[in-house]
Design a protein around this ligand. Structure first.
Ligand SMILES: Cc1ncc(COP(=O)(O)O)c(C=O)c1O
Length: 447
């Protein structure tokens, strides 16, 4: 169905420069495989898997058929005190993919909801264990944990927080994991594991037994792909264990194969107690999020409840919605049948070499990457951080590449079905845009 809107005025767009967008709109009208079509009928290559969520490519018939069938068979099932078979099956499939005893899956509808659900789970776990004083959370600068009040409070991206008042109390931030000495390091840096000792300092400052959980994106994604230094996550795990703090991974971007393993915890060999998922859980096609808890957390919460009473007073109208579950099962089948995580792993080396090659440009101040996640920082225009990035986003849209831009950072996160030729196409288009940016008089970095 192609709809041509008669007015752009009424829509208030998320994380968008609304006023400017409405002067120079960027609309997508179709998508298939690794390509999208814009409102002028031009083709763009998808360099960011939509928004890190469509690894198996656009327009997958298997998912469309599964969703269609499910709507006709059972379109909705109330999630509180009732169930339907598909949600148990998705939970079983995810539990089989996770390591260790991360076996209990709670459904939400987005990454933000998953994060807030995980916060509540942590609080209730400690209450069930007789430690209700554990109400603090520790997280990191530059983190992104979604946009609900819990996740906004955990986040460390300044623009996402500054407008919204005092946010939740009892949340403190450790340093991020990209110190200046890691400039141009691709993959995990050899140094910097000691940044994890910030957690120990927070435990000493606030009392380790007041902290409910530490939230970590194994790779800080939205800010521009900050991989953890070698040994960092291991150290965080040790400090958590020492103080009885739950370790929570936000795997909304890294989950489902981005690093070539099912989840980042497997890629890094360090398991959390709880992890949050979303995005690729349905190949991005139907909104869905999940929280996976280990046995210790699930059992503590459920066993503390009465025999016939609700144990966790939390859930959403669309938790485990049958249509989302159908999409998820179809997506998980595709990932498995087509060996897509393995493909992602194979493509990663080539992809990261290409990202690293952007170092040749004078305006590039850092390159980073791991798995199928790569980022390139550009020198901001004096006094106008974000302007170069925004102009590049427009320029790329007009020249055939969908990339993610955060401030003056360009992020590429190819679909797992991409081939080397697609990476070449993305990077050639990005290089041409960098050259244009360098040549645009008003964007020439001053000083
Ligand atoms: C690590 C992380 N957590 C949470 C979220 C929020 O997810 P959503 O936009 O689905 O609410 C995101 C979104 O990009 C994310 O990257």
């Amino acid at each position: 169905m192609t709809v041509k809107p008669n007015s752009l005025e009424e829509l208030w767009m998320p994380f968008t420069a609304n006023k400017h967008f409405k002067q120079e709109p960027r609309l997508f009208t179709e998508a298939k495989g690794v390509y999208l079509t814009n409102h002028r009928g031009e083709t763009l290559i998808d360099g960011c898997s939509g928004l890190y969520c469509i690894p198996a490519g656009h327009g997958r018939r298997e998912i469309a058929d599964a969703v269609h069938k499910q709507i006709l068979e059972l379109d909705y099932s109330p999630p509180f005190q009732f169930g339907h078979p598909l949600q148990f099956e998705v939970a079983r499939r995810i539990a089989a993919m996770t390591p260790g005893d991360l076996d209990y899956v709670f459904f939400a509808n987005s990454g933000s909801e998953a994060v807030d659900s995980a916060m509540k789970m942590a609080l209730q776990y400690h209450r069930a264990k007789g430690q209700p004083q554990r109400v603090r959370f520790v997280c990191r600068e530059k983190a992104y944990h979604g946009v609900n009040f819990g996740g906004t409070s955990l986040s460390g991206m300044v623009r996402n927080r500054e407008t919204f008042g005092p946010l939740l109390a009892g949340i403190s931030h450790m340093r991020h994991t990209r110190p200046p000495e890691h400039k141009f390091v691709m993959g995990q840096a050899e140094t910097g594991a000691d940044l994890a000792d910030d957690l120990q300092r927070h435990a000493e400052l606030y009392g380790g037994d007041t902290i409910a959980a530490v939230f970590i994106e194994p790779i800080a994604g939205s800010i521009g792909i900050l991989p953890p230094p070698k040994g960092y996550l291991q150290r965080i795990r040790q400090i958590c264990d020492q103080h009885g703090i739950l370790m929570i991974y936000d795997e909304v971007i890294t989950g489902f194969g981005r690093l070539g393993e099912n989840f980042a915890c497997q890629a890094f060999g360090v398991n959390p107690d709880i992890m949050t998922l979303a995005k690729a859980i349905t190949n991005g096609v139907v909104p869905m999020g999940a929280v996976v808890a280990n046995e210790k957390v699930y059992k503590a919460v459920t066993e503390a409840g009465p025999a016939k009473g609700i144990e966790f007073f939390h859930g959403y109208t669309w938790s485990g919605n049958p249509v989302a579950c159908a999409a998820s099962l179809a997506a998980l089948d595709i990932y498995e049948k087509e060996g897509l995580f393995e493909r992602a792993k194979k493509l990663s080396t080539y992809f990261l070499e290409q990202i690293a090659s952007f170092r040749e440009f004078g305006i590039v101040t850092d390159t980073r990457g791991i798995g199928l996640l790569g980022a390139i920082d550009f020198e901001p225009v004096d006094g106008k951080p974000g302007l170069r990035g925004y102009e590049m986003l427009q320029d790329l849209f007009n020249n055939g590449l969908l990339a993610r831009i955060t401030y003056d950072t360009l992020i590429l996160a190819p679909q797992f079905i991409s081939e080397e030729k697609h990476v070449d196409e993305m990077c050639d288009k990005a290089r041409a845009a960098v050259r244009r940016s360098m040549n645009r008089p008003q964007l020439r970095a001053v000083g």
